[in-house]
Design a protein around this ligand. Structure first.
Ligand SMILES: Cc1ncc(C[n+]2csc(CCOP(=O)(O)OP(=O)(O)O)c2C)c(N)n1
Length: 323
């Protein structure tokens, strides 16, 4: 546990948490419409994975604000996207579930559960043909592992030894469906272990996530084929803003809240004397300012013009690529 790593991980996780809390507040005020899936509680996964997988291509599902922040996307353009503004990362036309940024190799926000996996496998195949070995990272939820797209993807990735990491955030619920009701077991790494190295880790510990993805990255870069990681985690909020999460018990919530990845990292670093209290206080203040600026930027940005309804709908250049 190095001080520099603790500082980076804490900053990004806290920035992500405060971003989400602000987004929730703005949603309640009516400034954000549509769907909003919060990552609160799962920040160790978003930050640990993106810090370790620093090159290569990233394919995500719709719960991706903190992944995007940890990848290097400016919170201002994410907030503006949530507000549906012209300055948003997808020009305000995608919203919360579509934070796509090719310059960061971030192909994110697939709203179709499990839809990101076949695309990620296609990309991994293309990268292998091109002789690129930075690989592909595909992340999804526990519910996504019950779909055919997931099984077809791990099958082909293993058969063709593709450079891809499959990462599952097992937060136990697919909206209100508990994993054990629709899967014969809750430890999902069992689903991939006949295909590739497959592990289950503590997704509430940012260092554990980071170290495991570093290991997986080395494995795929060496051309050995795909790698599967299941991280046990928990979302403290409902599935989306329209879900009050009443299907979970208070006791279960309490157990996982005691494992809060941000508080625990801070307390551990303080106890071991690795990072001083002043750092955390100053970082918190800096983050408050950054988040206030992001909301202000989004609120003051213009709406997209009506003509924009017809742009970015069809890819004319792609016709030549496919032929
Ligand atoms: C193919 C498909 N089926 C159903 C849905 C509706 N749906 C949206 S999110 C979701 C739950 C997915 O849960 P999980 O994969 O565990 O991810 P989490 O929300 O827990 O991050 C469902 C069923 C969808 N978007 N796409």
């Amino acid at each position: 546990m190095k001080a520099s790593e603790v500082k980076t991980f804490y900053y990004l996780m806290k920035l992500g948490r405060r971003f989400e809390e602000a987004a929730k507040e703005e949603y309640m005020k009516g400034n954000i419409a549509g769907f909003l899936h919060l990552d609160i509680g799962q920040e160790a996964v978003s930050v640990g994975t993106m810090q370790a997988f620093d090159k290569g291509d990233v394919f995500t599902h719709y719960r991706e604000h903190v992944l995007a922040i940890a990848r290097g996307m400016d919170p201002k353009v994410i907030m503006a996207e949530l507000f549906g503004k012209k300055t948003g990362i997808s020009k305000g036309k995608g919203g919360s579930m579509h934070l796509f940024e090719p310059n960061l190799s971030f192909y994110g926000g697939d709203a179709i559960v499990g839809g990101q996996f076949p695309m990620a496998v296609g990309c991994a195949y293309a990268r292998k043909l091109e002789g690129e070995n930075a690989g592909v990272f595909a992340i999804g939820g526990d519910g996504a592992t019950n779909g055919g797209a997931f099984f077809e993807s791990i099958n082909l990735a293993a058969a063709w030894k593709l450079p891809i990491i499959f990462f599952i955030e097992n937060n136990y619920y697919a909206i209100g469906t508990r994993i054990g009701w629709v899967s014969p077991f809750e430890e999902l790494y069992n689903k991939a272990k006949n295909y590739m190295p497959s592990v289950r880790i503590n997704g509430m510990d940012v260092f554990e996530v980071y170290n495991e993805v570093m290991k997986a990255k080395e494995y795929i870069e060496n051309g050995l084929g795909p790698y599967f990681i299941e991280a046990e985690t928990y979302r403290f909020e409902g599935h989306s803003m329209s879900d009050n999460g009443k299907y979970r018990s208070e006791e279960e919530m309490e157990i996982f809240k005691r494992r809060d990845p941000i508080e625990n990292l801070k307390n551990k670093a303080l106890k071991l004397g690795i990072v001083e209290k002043e750092f955390f206080d100053e970082t918190d203040k800096k983050i408050e300012k950054e988040i206030a600026e992001a909301v202000e930027f989004a609120a003051n940005s213009p709406e997209p013009e009506i003509e924009e309804l017809h742009t970015d709908v069809y890819c004319k250049e792609c016709e030549n690529v496919v032929s």
